[in-house]
Design a protein around this ligand. Structure first.
Ligand SMILES: [Cu+2]
Length: 144
């Protein structure tokens, strides 16, 4: 077999294998104004799907590894899906309830390089203490 063809087939099968292993993680809006997974540890290429199990919530991104292209904000009570391709930490919250601490953290590819930038995001006092707890969780790698 030609060398180049061999390399091409190897790359192709690696790509397909990676795609096959990409996961979709579901996060629900809970009845006590929070997300069912507070700190999600996912792999690059995984998708998070937020399910409006309770009314009046959405998903708005406040920070990520690339501040110039954060994922889109969802409508209230809508299913929302985001596929994460850049490693790093993402902070999001519910537009009407973020100040009350309805936040979520996503760690993509076990990469905490932008954690300091996440910490400097302007938040209410309540949210700040929630974020502090999440960051400790993220650091310890706890999967919850
Ligand atoms: Cu909410």
């Amino acid at each position: 077999m030609h060398h180049l063809l061999k390399i091409f087939i190897t790359i192709l099968s690696l790509t397909l294998a990676k795609a096959a292993f990409a996961e979709t993680i579901q996060i629900e809006f809970t009845e006590d104004d929070s997300y069912s997974i507070e700190v999600a540890h996912i792999n690059i290429g995984d998708t998070i799907k937020w399910l409006p199990k309770n009314e009046g919530h959405n998903v708005e991104f406040f920070a990520g590894p690339d501040m110039s292209s954060l994922p889109l904000t969802s409508e209230i009570d809508e299913i929302h899906s985001v596929t994460f391709k850049s490693p790093g930490v993402y902070l999001y919250g519910c537009t009407p309830h973020a100040d009350m601490g309805m936040l979520g953290l996503i760690v993509v590819g076990n990469d905490l390089h932008n954690l300091e930038a996440i910490k400097s995001i302007q938040l209410s006092r309540v949210s700040k203490s929630v974020l502090k707890r999440f960051i400790e969780k993220a650091r310890s790698g706890a999967k919850s």
